[in-house]
Design a protein around this ligand. Structure first.
Ligand code: ADP
Ligand code: NA
Length: 330
């Protein structure tokens, strides 16, 4: 039995949102106690697939580290690092890209969706090759498990395909095929358009709860969340995506199930659900927000965590990359 090594990444695009928290970060903290080795990366190279203002990007990288720490990621148990500071990621992405058929990438639904919806950015080679860099992120550490949201399952499957095809082409077992670990909530949907996932990449703040939002922000956003004209609280993601999203969030935060939440609100109205959900989120997120605020006054500490983590990540990545290059004859 091999070691259980966790790898996951998050883009440095400002404060994390509730989708990141319930789909990823909450689980990231929990996984620390049941794993041999844990790496969490701020994937700044991925974020460059859309144009970033340099000074803001630098701030956003530290802001995301701050979010991770505030959500309970402990630098004594995990390696928290900046992707671009470990040059092996980009290098391995090239090596793997040489073994990745275009057809595989063409099947990825995410880049197509991004390419079609985003008219402010160049649809670059980087966006197309994004899943290859993701595969390199995981495979360079020979990670066995990757906590991801449902939106990333297709990319993880591709990473497995790339690992298998590389192993077979070079007649080796160098790469482990990474397994997904799904979060408690598969998909938190946008509060304004419950057919889309909650995301940082839409630029409308009302669509998401950020971990830095004040209690009033949270109340306001939940109150204005799009539902429908039926008053009762039921769970039917297909017919009633808006209410069902709120029920799912309620269930996840209270460690319950959508069915139990609907029973709890029997005879009550959507507005009651919203009021109670807002208060529940406020009590869940307030300690995190306070910790973010505290860490923001200690920039030097956060920078040290990232520098130290990047060094530790390099110590694992470099020998693995060297091994791969030898296998390939370079
Ligand atoms: P975004 O999609 O907002 O740009 P990232 O791509 O950086 O965020 O995702 C970081 C992690 O958060 C990934 O594991 C992803 O699956 C998870 N995640 C992002 N959005 C959601 C969502 N709306 N619901 C559940 N998980 C999500
Ligand atoms: Na994403």
């Amino acid at each position: 039995v091999g070691i259980r090594r966790i790898f996951s990444g998050i883009q440095p695009s400002g404060a994390a949102h509730l989708g990141n928290y319930l789909g990823a970060l909450r689980q990231w903290a929990k996984l620390q106690s049941s794993s041999d080795s844990v790496l969490y990366s701020i994937v700044d190279l991925h974020s460059l697939t859309s144009l970033q203002a340099p000074l803001l990007l630098r701030e956003n990288i530290l802001a995301m580290v701050t979010c991770l720490l505030a959500c309970g990621v402990d630098p004594k148990k995990s390696i928290v690092f900046q992707q671009s500071q470990v040059s092996g990621h980009a290098e391995l992405a090239w090596l793997l890209g040489c073994r990745t058929p275009m057809g595989w990438l063409n099947r990825m639904t995410q880049w197509k969706a991004k390419a079609m919806s985003d008219n402010t950015n160049v649809v670059g080679l980087g966006l197309f090759a994004y899943p290859v860099l993701q595969a390199a992120d995981i495979l360079i550490y020979k990670a066995s498990h990757v906590p991801v949201g449902e939106d990333q399952l297709q990319h993880l499957e591709l990473a497995r395909d790339i690992a298998r095809s590389f192993n077979s082409a070079y007649n080796t077992q160098v790469f482990t095929e990474p397994q997904p670990l799904l979060g408690e909530v598969q998909r938190v949907m946008s509060l304004r358009n419950p057919l889309q996932k909650m995301s940082k990449s839409d630029n409308q703040d009302m669509t998401r709860i950020n971990l830095t939002d004040s209690s009033d922000d949270i109340r306001n956003k939940i109150r204005k969340a799009v539902t429908d004209c039926t008053g009762s609280v039921t769970f039917d993601p297909h017919e009633r995506p808006g209410v069902s999203n709120l029920v799912s969030i309620f269930a996840a935060v209270s460690d319950s199930t959508p069915d139990k939440i609907c029973r709890m609100f029997e005879g009550k109205q959507t507005v009651h659900l919203k009021d109670e959900l807002a208060e529940l989120l406020i009590s869940e997120l307030a300690p995190i927000r306070e910790e973010i605020n505290r860490l923001q006054t200690d920039r030097g500490y956060v920078m040290d965590i990232l520098r130290d983590g990047s060094e530790r990540a390099r110590e694992i990545a470099e020998p693995n990359l060297a091994e791969i290059k030898v296998l390939m004859g370079i």
